[in-house]
Design a protein around this ligand. Structure first.
Ligand SMILES: NC(=O)c1ccc[n+]([C@@H]2O[C@H](COP(=O)([O-])OP(=O)(O)OC[C@H]3O[C@@H](n4cnc5c(N)ncnc54)[C@H](OP(=O)(O)O)[C@@H]3O)[C@@H](O)[C@H]2O)c1
Length: 242
């Protein structure tokens, strides 16, 4: 039987490249995001194997819509949560901070919990979510974004412990933490060590294949995050990182 993957946040950036990759691999693919027309364009690549759904993760009905998408797909083996928003916001505009929390914390929790429940009932499955290296430490220019990504990483770790508590041996959870990726989320700014979304998607698929727990992408960011963690807290809080 063909493997079935659902990608939330497939209309753009990393999620869209993952969609292309898994369609090319021959999977049955369920694609979701708010912009249905972009998902329908991806569906044209393999109309007999791709299902699409307009879902807003901040909508309380998102889990029900996800369930309907999975039914149309004929089941689900892998759930990838790539939906997310992010802006720098050093002036702490509350509208921006709360929008980030709504999508990256509330929407993430709603959808990932639904996938966890689905796979628990099924007895097997794999959840992967794209958090970020930004969750490694608090970032003053991006308070809500870095905090939302730390939330995601901690939440995924908590779910892994819950798997152990419930003796669910055939469920896997992979936390993907990329550095800067050239997507709409960065809105064309000037960023160092910028990676292309298709290359990042390939690394993500490899991490899922290997049932990795945490994958920082790429090796340069693995090195930098190792160094970030070594910086003493009082010094970190004085660093003008942007
Ligand atoms: N780009 C980077 O440098 C970078 C680095 C580390 C981590 N990440 C993370 O990677 C993930 C993907 O980001 P990206 O870089 O690929 O950005 P992107 O190109 O802007 O894609 C974001 C995706 O999230 C979806 N989305 C946003 N709000 C949503 C909502 N309310 N409901 C459902 N879907 C929603 C968007 O679809 P619609 O607008 O159609 O709904 C889009 O498909 C994010 O979680 C981001 O934080 C990105």
């Amino acid at each position: 039987m063909l493997k079935r993957i659902v990608i939330m946040g497939a209309s753009s950036g990393i999620g869209m490249e993952l969609a292309r990759l898994y369609i090319a691999r021959g999977y049955r693919v369920g694609l979701a995001a708010r912009r249905l027309s972009l998902l329908q364009q991806l569906r044209e690549l393999a109309p007999d194997r791709v299902e699409v759904a307009a879902i807003d993760v901040t909508d309380v009905e998102a889990p029900q819509k996800l369930g309907e998408l999975v039914d149309r797909l004929g089941g689900m083996d892998i759930y990838v949560h790539s939906s997310g928003v992010g802006w720098q916001n050093p002036v702490l505009d509350p509208t921006i901070e709360l929008k980030i929390a709504s999508v990256n914390v509330e929407g993430f929790t709603r959808c990932v919990d639904w996938a966890f429940g689905f796979f628990s009932a099924q007895g097997f499955g794999h959840i992967s979510a794209i958090s970020s290296v930004a969750g490694t430490r608090g970032l003053g220019a991006s308070s809500a974004y870095s905090a939302s990504k730390a939330y995601q990483a901690t939440y995924l770790q908590a779910l892994r412990q819950l798997l152990a508590i419930r003796c669910l041996a055939n469920l896997y959870i992979t936390d993907i933490r990329p550095g800067f990726v050239s997507t709409a989320l960065l809105s064309g700014g000037n960023y160092p060590l910028l990676m292309e979304a298709d290359a990042v998607a390939r690394e993500i698929a490899r991490a899922i294949d290997r049932q990795k727990t945490i994958r920082i992408i790429d090796w340069r960011y693995r090195l930098i995050m190792g160094l970030w963690r070594l910086i003493p807290r009082p010094l970190w809080e004085r660093l003008p990182i942007k």
